[in-house]
Design a protein around this ligand. Structure first.
Ligand SMILES: [Mg+2]
Length: 406
């Protein structure tokens, strides 16, 4: 089997609302690049990567000089063909490699008539539980109905999500408003949903001292973990010294060098595995094995996915025996997807692991074209800016918080 073409298409798909995070915002939509790998046997596979535009599409086109004629079953070789570690100092292709790995696994599964999880060790669970992923939302123009700013609005938003999707774990994306304000919001969630589990993630925006104060203040609550309260392995280690809650990260352990550093001098208890950041599903499985050996926790991270990447997260979650936390997904904030049949469905807070061959999803080419046109019309957006605060950018640690009074 040989790769005969690689086609990258950037799309933008609407979110229910603009969602705020400590570094900026998602401006009411996601921009993703969909990658189709075509083979000489008439089987295509799909992958997905964050961001996009002409430069992403061109970057994938350029990889054709490396990969045309490559056998998609030769995954280890593909890694060294395009991600040689020394060459990666000049051309880091980790995330592109991830999209291509997804597509090759999709092709392999389709060729063999088996779902991807069967190629990678088999599943130990049929459905993956997800956390509600709660973001503060600015008012939608004159319509403040979408706004999530106050503790009451946050609890109402969470209740609506729980009712609609069945979530029993709630993650608050913070680092937007002052830490004391967000602490009250988090406590309001804990009081409103005493049976449920919680996690807080300010994306490394707090000072070590604020992170310690925040962490100590929530010690008695049903926390899964405190996610990236402060920046860097050394900041996290200082927080961990003083707070009796497991610390998690998706930012400062995203490769094997960092994982090794953390094991040699522990700073983080739970490693959030992102199929894009780590370069594919298979590196995440390897990392999960290292974590299992050293009894570190793992969870499945979301970097803002459409259905193709969500499928990679489902297959990953299905395989990992040591996955004890609900996965994260931005997915429920989307209004649509590019899949045949629309968005994958939540049931009881979970999504079923796809059982069809390959990644188990089919791309709707009409939707792909529709949202590619939308991208051409709307363009990208700066992830590290907030449309409600045009001149703002954060420091790390941050002290330029949004005003909670609106
Ligand atoms: Mg995070």
């Amino acid at each position: 089997m040989e790769i005969t073409d690689i086609v990258a298409t950037t799309v933008t798909v609407p979110l229910e609302a603009t969602i705020l995070h400590s570094n900026g915002a998602h401006w009411g939509r996601f921009v993703r690049t969909i990658v189709e790998v075509v083979t000489d046997e008439g089987i295509s596979g799909f992958g997905e990567m964050g961001g996009g535009g002409e430069s992403s599409e061109a970057a994938f086109r350029q990889l054709k000089t490396y990969l045309l004629g490559h056998d998609p079953f030769q995954l280890e070789e593909m890694k060294f063909k395009i991600c040689n570690p020394t060459a990666s100092l000049y051309n880091n292709r980790t995330q592109m490699h991830a999209a291509l790995e997804f597509a090759c696994l999709d092709i392999m599964g389709r060729k063999l008539g088996v779902p991807v999880y069967k190629l990678l060790g088999g599943k130990v669970r049929d459905r993956i539980p997800f956390a509600s992923y709660l973001f503060f939302r600015p008012p939608n123009g004159a319509d403040s109905g979408q706004e999530v700013r106050t503790a009451d609005q946050l609890v109402a938003h969470c209740r609506a999500l729980k009712q609609r999707y069945g979530f029993t774990t709630h993650k608050l994306k913070g680092g937007v408003y002052p830490p004391d304000y967000e602490l009250e919001c988090y406590r309001a969630l804990a009081a409103a949903f005493p049976e449920d589990r919680l996690r807080y993630d300010p994306n490394g925006a707090l000072s070590v001292e604020d992170a310690i104060r925040f962490g100590q203040a929530i010690e008695g609550l049903r926390n899964d973990y405190l996610e990236d309260p402060a920046w860097g392995l050394n900041g996290m280690r200082r927080v961990r010294d003083k707070v009796r809650i497991p610390l998690a990260t998706n930012t400062v352990i995203v490769n094997f060098e960092q994982l090794a550093a953390n094991i040699l001098d522990l700073a983080v208890d739970v490693v959030l595995l992102d199929t894009t950041f780590w370069g594919g599903i298979r590196p995440c499985i390897k990392a999960a094995g290292v974590c299992e050996t050293f009894q570190l926790g793992i969870a499945v991270h979301s970097s803002g996915e459409l259905g193709i990447q969500l499928a990679t997260m489902l297959h990953l979650g299905a395989i990992l025996p040591n996955l004890t936390f609900a996965a994260d997904a931005h997915y429920h904030h989307l209004t649509d997807d590019i899949l045949v049949g629309g968005k994958l469905k939540y049931e009881g807070g979970c999504i079923a692991v796809p059982e069809k061959p390959g990644l188990g999803i089919e791309v709707n080419r009409d939707k792909l074209a529709q949202y590619a046109e939308a991208y051409k019309a709307q363009g990208g957006y700066p992830y590290d800016r907030d449309p409600t605060r045009p001149d703002w950018f954060p420091l790390i640690p941050n002290d330029r918080w949004a005003d909670p009074q609106g």
